[in-house]
Ligand binder design. Sequence first.
Ligand SMILES: [Zn+2]
Ligand SMILES: [Zn+2]
Ligand SMILES: [Zn+2]
Length: 398
Amino acid sequence: MRDFHPARFPTSDSTSVLVCKEIPLDIGFHIFSFCGPFDLAKLSCTSKSLRAFIQTNRLWESSYGNMSRGNCSRLPPPPVVEASRNYSPSAYAFWLLGGGLCTRCSAWTDSQPCHFLFRFRACSAECRGMLLHGNSMWHDKRHKYTTLSWGNWLPRESCTLPNGGTVYRYSRRAIKDAENEREQALVVDRGEQLDAECALRALDRSKISQVVVCLDVLLPKLNAPQNAKALESWQIAYLVEKAVVKSANLSFMKSMCMAENKKVQGVLRCPAALSVFDAFNRDLELITTTVWAQIRRLTLAQLEWMKAGVLPPNMPARPGDRIRCEQCNELRADGVSSHKHKATKAPETTRPMLCPECPHSRRSFSEQGLRDHMLSRSVNFPSIVFTADASPGISDLS
Ligand SMILES: [Zn+2]
Ligand SMILES: [Zn+2]
Ligand SMILES: [Zn+2]
């Protein structure tokens, strides 16, 4: 029986090599011009030179265009600001397309923001409802912040009340943060010491008035409300188109799986296939046979491991999964505490063996180790053998 050690779960295909440095600039430019914003953001994180290359070649522009398909138009570009901490193209792409924490319950979600101006994100219909219609919004019925200069700096949208009056509404959290900062500012004003954790730096009066002038000039230029409006209508068309692409990609994957005699549910649990499936759906691209050829080998290797009861690192087991016990190497239904460890055989007296094909090497092997070693010499990948007795495990695989 093959030793399926969890630490050896296949996660990459040896054919993927870092070749970026060897690509001529014009070819690199051509390839990157097909990328969506999320891919560019990821690429930007890999090296300073790539980051600079992407920045100086207007690749972000083309990436926004690459998000258009069917009735979905190009992605609205981020607001342009000089101090662009929140709105750098990378941060913008991650924020829109990379998922994040639910504003209400802090659970991770792959979903897009559900309110762009207030930067709300919801993990479920319930959280979404609470965020958009619950007490996460605050209506300034007494115009408390309308006249304050820093009320101007908070993200707000005007809305009409049942009685016809118009008020601004704010994110309650933004108000709270602003009030906290104001409290801290007053502490500084009184000449007292701030808490060590305080995010504010004490500024003198002349600096403060400079900052105030800056904010009053910059904020109207930062067209965040217009950007939020544009994103809102873009998102409606995007989600419709994404559903179309997802269903086409699912049909495609089904036909590939049929040819391999595998179930698509099992194949799409393999990280190699799932990450491609998700990325192509996200970027509104159709998966092609060329793409499948790229991921096929690794996907099938991962599937074999999962069938043998070894899940990829960090993948939680599902009900019905049979997982290989790390102690006795027997398959057990996950979560079943009544599992009895199989009595382990007394370790056989091992005769270290030398490899007949490597006459100059003094490296010694166990019987299984030698078989693996010789196999890995004859084929490059995967150095994984599956014996016929690898019992079928996870029910929806194979
Ligand atoms: Zn939530
Ligand atoms: Zn066990
Ligand atoms: Zn050898």
